[in-house]
Every structure is written in C-alpha cells, then in structure tokens.
Design a protein around this ligand. Structure first.
Ligand SMILES: NC(=O)c1ccc[n+]([C@@H]2O[C@H](COP(=O)([O-])OP(=O)(O)OC[C@H]3O[C@@H](n4cnc5c(N)ncnc54)[C@H](OP(=O)(O)O)[C@@H]3O)[C@@H](O)[C@H]2O)c1
Length: 506
C-alpha cells in the first residue's frame, strides 16, 4: 500500500474546488495540507484552488483567511514569507449558493478561465467540505452545470471527495450514496476516513504483510483477543449540536474503529491495488457476527460523561455542554465485543471502545496472544506470567511495541514483563505528513486505496443500525454513568471481566 502510491510521482495537472470553504475543516485541515504539499513540491504544476461558499469573501479576504489557517494549523511550518506569495497565487474564491444554478454557472466561468491560464487541462477535484445536508444540492449543481463528468477514464476527469458522516443509518447512507452516484461513478467518489491517511494506520498492513513473523501467528490458534481503543480527552465542545445527533457509535465506531478492525482482521489482498484491499476489508466487515437484540446489553455498553477532572482541570458534564439537551441520552462512550465468523478469527473476541472525556488521549490496537501453558516459568498459579501483547500505537507516541517476558538479573529464575519498543519519531525524526496531505495527494493521483468504498460504508451501517434501533427502545436510566477523566463506565470493564480479561490501562 504505501510505497506504490508514493512512487507514482506528481499528479496530472488539475485544480481543486472546495465547497464550504468558509468552514472549520477548510481552515484546520485542507488549506494547511495543501500548503504543505506545495512546500514539498507535490502539487501539480500551475495548480488552482477555488474556495466556494455562501459567505461573502473577496479573493483577498480568502487569502488572508488561508494565511491565518496555515499559520495556526500547518504542521511545524507556518507560512514562509519567501514562498507564501507563490502559494497565494493559487487561491481563488467564488461566493455562491449551493442550490443556485447561477452560482454554478459563475463557478464554471472561474474554472474555465483558470483552465486557460492557471490550473490544468480541465481536470478538477470537487471537495465537499460542507455539512452533508448540502451534498445533494451540490451534486445536482455539478451535474446540471456540466461540471461533473460521469466516467473515471474520461478526459478531462473530475473527482468528488466526500467527508464523513456518510448517513446516520443504513437507509440514509444508501440514499446519500444514491444521490452521489447520480452525478459520479463510484470510481470517481473518494469517501474520506482520515484515520486511513495516518502513517501509523497504513503501517498496520506493512507490519502484517511486510514482515515474515507475524502472519503465521495472526489467527485464532495464537491470538486470544484484540482490543481497539480510541480515547479522547476532549468533550463535545463547540460541536455539541452535531454530536447530539451523532453520538459515539455513529461518530467513531461505524467508521474509524471498524476501519481499524478491518486492517487487523482482513485476509492478505492479492495485490496492493485499491480494489484488492477494499475487497478484503469488505469481507472482514461482512463476517462480523450481527448482535441479536437480546444480546445487545451484554455485548454493547454505552456511556455519557458527568463533570470531572481532565488533566487536572475541572470540566463540565456532557448535558451542560453548549447545544446539548439537559436530558440528553446521546452516548459519548461505547464499548462492544464482536466476533468475526470466519476461519481465521473463529472464537476470538474483538473488544472496541471509544469515548470522550476519558483519562488519556490515545488510539491503540492491542493484539493479545494466548496464555502460556502452566509449566516451567509459568508454574505458579498465584503469579501467572503476562501474555505477549503486540501494541500498535496510532497516537500519540506513534509506534509498535511487543510485551515479552525477560529474566530478571539475579540468581533466581524470575521473569519480568518488558517491552521491545519502536517509536516512529525516534527512528524517523523528520516527522510524518498529516493524513489530509496524503489523502488529497491520493485523490489527485486517482488512487482510492485509502478511501472507503460504498459497499464498505453500507456494510458497517448494516451492523451498526440494529444497535441504534435497539437503543431507541431502551432509554438509558443511568446517564451520566462515568466521571470525566476516568476510563469510562464500570459496565465497560465488566464486558471483559466476565470473559476473564481486562482492558489495557488508559
Ligand atoms: N472540522 C473538522 O475537523 C472535520 C473533521 C472530520 C470531518 N468533518 C466533516 O467535514 C464537513 C465540513 O466540516 P466543517 O467542520 O468545516 O463544517 P462547518 O464549518 O459547519 O461547515 C462548513 C461550511 O459549510 C457551509 N454550509 C453549507 N450548508 C450549511 C449548513 N446547513 N449549516 C452550516 N454550514 C453550512 C458553511 O459555509 P457558508 O455558510 O459560507 O456557505 C460553512 O462554513 C462536515 O461534513 C464534517 O462532518 C469535519
């Protein structure tokens, strides 16, 4: 997966239109990522960026916004006074309404002019950086104005980039995907899950299939269980309105955690092409055993944070956050146990957990190997040896460690648990590109490997939707059920305790 794309060089000449360019994602992620691609010489020649939104900005004001965004959010590289003027030349802005034919006609004019003098060859990427409620109108606008073409191999080409959330359940995801497919083929549609753009996430496949020692052990014969944790210390903050509608299951599990599960669980692809990899991820998703309604409470735990202390600072309860209902039953925490019904993973539980306002910000996958037989160094039942655990740390302190037993120095045969540890930043101090840099580059290159295909998204919703429906029939009566700054609700611990296991420490 990684080397193939990076060696493909710079993309075709093209330009980029960002819908919703006045928003948070554009400022925080897209403009800084584009600037870093520019500094690294990875943008195509004569690139053009057109911001489109309803907000009234002049071209100059949009450039000022972009400069501020780069200064504030660019990874370790604020705007360089020497290089900025060259980057700034690429930035354009078109004010307009998303459902307004006249706005699209003017956008087309801007693009045509740029095609002549600045951007390239009529190839365009359209980035939908608006709330999903605007997607349908934008799709129609593109289609009716003739801006979107319908074939991936058409020349010039156009590509559509879509942000999460793709729907809020299976039927709305299907409806949204139908709307997107009206103007664009699947091969032109790039659904972002920014987790897949992280170097450490891409490294999961390298770890598995670029090394000889792991794959023979990567199955139910040797692995006892898998834990996937994505813990945040942040609360809902200014996104309370969005979060009230979403909750942790939709916001994190359906996409990010399931994508991580796929990379751990999938079979080896027959090549590193986008569809070969996505076919195997789909198989993994489809083999997750559905959770029956009567098992819901035993296999899935939901939680919501109360006031508490995070990093020593007092923080308020979720129900006291801005734009959150005082009696809200939105979950800010989910833990679940799932099984994959396939040969490799038969009987191996995957425990997933994610939540806001937890004790520590971390994203980690822990592969726990089977217990040692109770002989030799492990004879004492009162002090059993720790099993081996392979930990893949996605953030922070990205790296991989392997927990092993080692002889403690001295005359006795005592075993201590120690770690073999690889830290990304100590081995590769130059730093790693931001996920959005990699993903934007891949869209321009036309490589969909790190993007979610329609069937993957819908398979994940097929699993999650019955859980959401089950929850609508049973209002939680214990919310809030965990203190901010803790490891989550006690019931999440019980999920593992009943199986004789426990979560890794948060
Ligand atoms: N922000 C992030 O870090 C982040 C991370 C992951 C995914 N996303 C996803 O990326 C997309 C954009 O996120 P964002 O945070 O940039 O959103 P945002 O700031 O709320 O919206 C972006 C822009 O969309 C326009 N817009 C169109 N219809 C709107 C509506 N009904 N309500 C509000 N604004 C509307 C607004 O511009 P005008 O009023 O000027 O037209 C707004 O500035 C969303 O789908 C979000 O879920 C965002």
């Amino acid at each position: 997966m990684p080397e193939k794309e990076l060696s493909d060089g710079t993309p075709d000449r093209c330009g980029l239109v960002i819908f919703g360019a006045s928003g948070d994602l554009t400022r925080r992620k897209l403009l800084p990522a584009l600037y870093n691609l520019f500094l690294d010489g990875l943008l195509p020649p004569a690139f053009g960026i057109v911001g489109f939104a309803r907000s009234a900005f002049s071209r100059e004001e949009f450039r000022v916004l972009a400069r501020g965004a780069v200064d504030e959010f660019s990874r370790r590289r604020p705007a360089d006074p020497q290089r900025w003027p060259e980057f700034e030349q690429m930035l354009h802005y078109q004010q307009g309404g998303y459902g307004d034919a006249e706005s699209f006609r003017r956008l087309r004019e801007v693009q045509t002019n740029l095609d002549r003098v600045h951007a390239g060859a009529g190839n365009w990427v359209y980035y939908l950086a608006t709330p999903p409620s605007a997607y349908r109108e934008i799709g129609q606008g593109l289609e009716q104005s003739g801006l979107a073409c319908s074939r991936m191999d058409a020349k010039p080409w156009s590509r559509l980039v879509v942000e999460k959330p793709i729907g809020h359940d299976l039927s709305s995801a299907r409806a949204l995907n139908d709307a997107l497919s009206a103007g664009c083929e699947e091969s032109q549609t790039f659904r972002i899950d920014h987790y897949l753009g992280k170097e450490t996430v891409q490294n999961i496949l390298v770890l598995r299939f670029g090394n000889g020692i792991f794959e023979p052990l990567w199955n139910h014969h040797h692995i006892d269980h898998v834990q996937i944790t994505v813990a945040e210390t942040d609360g809902a903050g200014s996104r309370g309105g969005y979060y009230e509608e979403a909750g942790a299951l939709r916001d994190m599990v359906q996409n990010h955690l399931f994508q991580l599960l796929c990379l751990v669980a999938m079979e080896p692809p027959h090549n590193l092409g986008a569809d070969a990899i996505r076919d195997e991820k789909l198989q993994a998703l489809e083999s997750i055993r559905p959770i029956r309604p009567e098992e819901l409470d035993r296999q899935v735990v939901r939680g919501q944070y109360a006031a508490g202390l995070v990093d020593g600072q007092p923080v308020k309860a979720y129900r006291e956050e801005e734009k959150v209902a005082r009696e809200s039953v939105t979950e800010t925490f989910v833990a679940m146990k799932v099984y994959l019904d396939n040969w490799r993973w038969s009987g191996v539980p995957f425990y997933l957990r994610t939540g806001k306002r937890l004790a520590r910000r971390t994203a980690e996958i822990a592969i726990q190997f089977r217990k040692l037989p109770p002989i030799l160094f492990n004879r004492n039942p009162a002090r059993p040896l720790d099993p081996n655990v392979l930990s893949i740390r996605l953030q922070p302190n990205e790296g991989v460690s392997l927990q092993i037993g080692s002889k403690r120095p001295g005359p006795r045969a005592e075993v201590s648990t120690v770690k073999l540890d690889f830290g990304y930043h100590s081995v590769f101090p130059a730093g790693t590109p931001e996920a959005y840099e990699r993903l934007l580059l891949d869209v321009m290159l036309g490589d969909a490997t790190l993007f979610m295909r329609r069937d993957e998204v819908e398979a994940a919703w097929s699993f999650v939707t019955p859980i959401l429906e089950g929850w609508t029939h049973s209002t939680p009566d214990d919310f809030p059920n965990y203190v901010a700054g803790s490891a989550g609700p006690a019931r999440a611990d019980e999920l593992l305790v009943v199986d004789g296991r426990r979560w890794g420490r948060l």
